[in-house]
Ligand binder design. Structure first.
Ligand code: SF4
Length: 286
């Protein structure tokens, strides 16, 4: 192997950095700290913070706890979470990413202003994803979530449609959804769309394509639950068919390295730099 390169554009985005720094600061003050859901979609980073005391809980656990400190991760939460915390005297450490917070406020504002009978809030995103649950929560559960172009069949085009996007969706797919609605919306119905995709992910796409194209082998390091990981992995595969998704150095198959002159290592906004460095060390040992 001649070269192993870690993509300098991969790794935590500022929203994830902020959440992890908040957790580390709180853990330094007091070891008892809970996080609602995995702090990041990366089990290795979750394990590192668990060793420092961070414990992951779910919404059911939250309902049954009192007088504790609970960190809300970058994905954000629906209003019901804040209500439960208030009822149970739970101190919230709110690490919701500012970009997500702004999107939540925008959806809430539109939800309050629109005519509920003739208008629909539509969110392009992954059903059940934590960020999407937080967004749907701004509309008291009324927003319709669509994941793909075929889901347009779920919409009533005789209603006004206000379309938003989960922050980590593909810009290309969002444009397709917009075009699909524009062709089907009925005359007299209003259609407005808001490109609320975070450029922390979108801006990485041209760079990661170029990075993937100039190596013989690409190891994309990410957790399976990472939404932006799926988008960025898809771009790597398009640019270089010899791309593999791995969660840790243990997933590397030595035969992948046969006849490989240059290997590139990259990842999602939830992939820690230290993990990509571990992957590079493992390749150099094989
Ligand atoms: S991808 Fe963007 S919106 Fe999501 S946590 Fe990172 S900075 Fe925030």
């Amino acid at each position: 192997m001649k070269t192993v390169e870690i993509d300098e554009g991969s790794g935590f985005c500022f929203g994830v950095v902020n959440a992890i720094q908040s957790a580390e600061k709180e853990l330094a003050a007091d070891k008892e700290l809970y996080c609602l859901g995995d702090i990041v979609h990366n089990s290795q980073e979750v394990a590192r913070l668990q060793e420092k005391g961070l414990r992951t809980i779910n919404h059911e656990d939250l309902k049954n706890m009192h007088n504790k400190r609970v960190l809300l991760r970058a994905h954000g939460e629906p209003p019901s979470t804040y209500e439960t915390a208030g009822q149970n005297a739970i101190r919230i450490i709110d690490a919701t990413c500012p970009v997500v917070l702004q999107l939540q406020r925008k959806i809430l504002k539109h939800y309050k202003e629109i005519d509920p009978v003739n208008s629909r809030i539509v969110i392009f995103g992954k059903i059940g994803h934590a960020e999407v649950n937080g967004l749907v929560g701004q509309t008291a559960g009324k927003a319709i979530v669509i994941e793909k172009i075929a889901d347009l069949d779920l919409l009533d085009f005789s209603k006004n449609i206000y379309l938003f996007s989960q922050t980590t969706m593909s810009v290309h797919d969002f444009k397709e959804i917009v075009a699909g609605i524009q062709t089907r919306i009925h005359k007299g119905s209003d259609f407005r769309y808001f490109d609320t995709i975070c450029r922390q992910v979108a801006n990485r796409i041209p760079h990661i394509r170029e990075f993937a194209a100039r190596h013989d082998l690409i190891l994309f390091v990410a957790g399976e639950k990472s939404s932006n990981g799926k988008v960025l992995l898809g771009e790597c595969i398009k640019a270089n068919a010899n791309t593999y998704l791995i969660a840790s150095p243990d997933d590397i198959h030595p035969q992948w390295l046969e006849n490989v002159e240059s290997a590139g290592i990259c990842g999602a906004t939830s992939t820690p730099k230290w993990l990509m460095e571990d992957v590079a060390r493992k390749i150099e040992l094989l």
